[in-house]
Write a protein that binds this ligand. Structure first.
Ligand SMILES: *Cc1c(COP(=O)(O)O)cnc(C)c1O
Length: 422
């Protein structure tokens, strides 16, 4: 009886080890051939940790602390107020906007960095509603993806109340068909933060335009991970954060894109003095500056702003198409390793298989997610949990490799199987 039992197990175990060594070998081959492999050295990372949470907080680029020491010690400590001019502090928001621009397919002069994504969602939704015309003229609906990151939904709802619109929550896939005479704008997440699903930006934008409406995109989970093509696809307004795939640091400034053709009529609901045509004129009447600067509000948070600016150096010479190619290969490989290693039926990928519908993360539904993720983190595989039952693993192609993906899947399988850590 026990003989039979053991013989039945041995080939399966041997097969499992075989598969594992084949996958490890494949990871080594893929890493050795990876044209982006050299970029990992630009980041402060340790060899013991597989960091798969760069879609929540990007890793620290290794040169940023020295730059911040200079910003604080010399620019602030020695030059003090002179730095607003002499160190370029005053123009940092638009200068940094121009550094983000190529990563999201925008020509210069259309992006300004500053404030949080939440605040920029507010500016963008109200400004788009104003561009679309008075709600009373018939365009009284704002379409929002029903699965949106919460802050976008909350703020759009408040903006809608203020501007006399009503919110229509929809599956992003249904937005093109739903856009019509009553649609003022749609606010859509480019990639779903929970599932990692990539939404159809070109098609949805075109359908909104055909209906006479505007397209506002949230790029938090796509900028720095895949090509966005804001200009090429005629996006009207966009927002995004910089602390995820752009590695700007905790709470680093977000950004706002206003397509050049809309800038003259962009009417900010937060017309702070730094967006004035002559801010130091200190005049009582508001007169907006030209260009992306019109999206500014108050005094920029220079320390975070300049940490972000330094962090963006890691993108010098990096083609976003190469990042996308590696991201898809990494997520494919991780899914393959999970399928090979994970005990049957314990995790279910909810990230789409189709490349055209996949962002740069893999989300796995798992009934035990709330206990599995802390154990994974204890064993050096850092992803995150989205309650109630989603394990999220972000793949940041500049510093995550194929061996990382294989190791993460292997440790996940051990945790699921209850194998003690060594
Ligand atoms: C991360 C994220 C945000 C965050 O907004 P904050 O104002 O920076 O807190 C907003 N929207 C989406 C889609 C996000 O993924």
């Amino acid at each position: 009886m026990s003989d039979t039992y053991e013989r039945a197990q041995e080939p399966a175990e041997a097969e499992r080890l075989d598969v594992a060594s084949a996958l490890r070998e494949e990871a080594r081959r893929l890493d050795a051939a990876d044209p982006l492999g050299g970029h990992r050295a630009k980041f402060a990372l340790d060899e013991e940790t597989v960091y798969l949470d760069g879609n929540s907080l990007g890793a620290l680029p290794a040169h940023v602390p020295a730059r911040m020491a200079d910003v604080i010690g010399r620019e602030w400590g020695e030059l003090r107020i002179r730095s607003w001019d002499e160190s370029g502090w005053w123009t940092a928001p638009e200068r940094i906007g121009d550094r983000i621009a190529p990563l999201v397919g925008a020509a210069a002069g259309q992006i300004v960095a500053g404030d949080s994504t939440s605040v920029n969602v507010f500016k963008a939704v109200v400004a788009a509603a104003r561009l679309a015309g008075e709600a009373g003229e018939g365009r009284d609906e704002i379409l929002v993806d029903a699965s949106t990151f919460p802050t976008d939904g909350y703020i759009a709802e408040s903006a809608a109340r203020m501007t006399g619109h009503r919110i229509v929550p929809l599956d992003p896939a249904d937005i093109p068909a739903a856009a019509g005479d009553r649609t003022a704008l749609a606010l859509v997440n480019h990639v779903d933060y929970r599932t990692g699903r990539l939404h159809d930006l070109p098609g949805t934008t075109a359908a909104l335009h055909a209906a006479g409406a505007l397209a506002v995109w949230d790029l938090c989970h796509s900028a720095g991970a895949l090509p966005v093509g804001l200009d090429a696809h005629g996006v009207d307004l966009a927002v995004g954060c910089t602390y995820k795939y752009l590695n700007g640091g905790p709470g680093s400034p977000a950004y706002l894109y206003v397509a050049e053709r809309h800038q003259d009529r962009f009417d900010s609901p937060l017309p702070g003095w730094t967006s004035h045509a002559d801010p130091f004129g200190m005049t009582p009447g508001y007169r907006p500056a030209d260009g992306a600067v019109r999206g500014r509000v108050g005094t920029p948070d220079i320390l975070s702003m300049l940490a972000l600016e330094a962090a963006l150096d890691v993108w010098d010479g990096v083609a976003i198409d190469a990042v996308r190619a590696k991201s898809l290969a990494l997520t494919d490989f991780f899914l393959e390793c999970v399928r090979a290693y994970a005990p049957e039926g314990r995790v279910t990928p909810i990230t789409p298989e189709a490349h055209a519908e996949r962002g740069s993360q893999v989300a796995l539904a798992c009934a035990d997610a709330p206990t599995v993720m802390p154990e994974l983190i204890k064993r050096g595989v850092v992803g995150d949990l989205r309650r109630p039952d989603i394990l999220r693993f972000g793949f940041t192609p500049l510093y995550v490799g194929f061996a990382d993906a294989e190791q993460a899947a292997r440790v996940l399988a051990d945790v699921l199987a209850g194998t003690p850590s060594d």
